[in-house]
Design a binder for this molecule. Structure first.
Ligand code: NAP
Length: 246
């Protein structure tokens, strides 16, 4: 496993009370970062992740609550991290809910939740993090995408999710361009099917879903000291899979 030196770094992973986000946050703790565990409703789970992070080597760990799609709550989240740990210099935008059903069968509210949490959440967290990163001329942003949205696979169930994840990738590339003189990189990591998925297609690449470690490996690559010229990129963690029809 890649292991960038993140001592003296402060990392926030959105949606890190469970799943991919939890494992990413613990990997950052392994690398010596002080960490903020973010959750929306799972306070107990978030506290348990913070405890685990301290045990894994994080000099400090805190929990912060908030809906990433709400500008005021995002502001409060970051203010809480700044009070407890300092300015965020590693931001992983991991919150990214799926749609519950076929796009014609979901409500406008359900459609909107997917777009807002994925796109607006990423936008709001990046916007809030950038001034602190610019002040110290160093920052690393990694946004979590979805491999099949990049490859153009059409899945009516997840139409808003695909649209949202495409938006996240476009935003990542724009962000990289906007921060090219600021010591900041912005990249994306896009898994296909991860081990905690609710559904597993029959013909999984390499006969298995991605392990959490597969996703973590890609995120940590962007945080390596030697990766500082790599910005605006997207690593697809999909075992080499291509959709049958695009
Ligand atoms: N799992 C997969 O197979 C897979 C495949 C490709 C891509 N991805 C991407 O990987 C990322 C993580 O997926 P996952 O399956 O690990 O997620 P997950 O287990 O469903 O975890 C979701 C996390 O996000 C938080 N959350 C959800 N909506 C939120 C909102 N509006 N505001 C704040 N927090 C919110 C949850 O907090 P609470 O529980 O506290 O509410 C929880 O911590 C997502 O971006 C997903 O699209 C996943």
């Amino acid at each position: 496993m890649i292991r960038p030196d993140l001592s003296d770094r402060i990392a926030l992973v959105t949606g890190s009370s469970k799943g991919v986000g939890r494992e990413l946050l613990l990997a950052l703790a392994d690398c010596g970062a002080s960490v903020a565990v973010h959750y929306r409703s799972s306070a107990d789970a978030a506290r348990a992740v913070a405890d685990a992070a301290r045990e894994r080597g994080a000099p400090a760990a805190t929990t912060v609550q908030g809906d990433v799609a709400d500008p005021d709550e995002v502001d409060e989240m970051f203010a809480a991290v700044e009070d407890e740990l300092g300015a965020v210099d590693v931001l992983v935008n991991n919150v990214g809910p799926f749609a519950p059903d076929h796009w014609e069968d979901i409500s406008f509210g359900e459609w909107n939740t997917v777009l807002q949490a994925n796109v607006n959440g990423t936008y709001l967290c990046c916007k809030r993090a950038l001034p602190g990163m610019r002040d110290q001329s160093w920052g690393r942003i990694v946004n979590i995408g979805y491999a099949s949205s990049e490859k153009g696979l059409v899945d009516p169930k997840n139409a808003p999710y695909f649209i949202a994840k495409q938006g996240v990738l476009m935003f990542t590339r724009m962000l990289a361009n906007d921060t090219q003189h600021d010591g900041i990189t912005a990249n994306a990591v896009s898994p296909y099917v991860v081990e905690n998925s609710d559904e597993f297609p029959e013909d999984l690449p390499r006969g298995r879903p991605a392990d959490f470690e597969d996703v973590t490996q890609a995120v940590l690559f962007f945080l390596e000291e030697g990766s500082d010229y790599i910005s605006g990129e997207n690593i697809e963690v999909d075992g080499g899979w291509l959709p049958e029809s695009v």
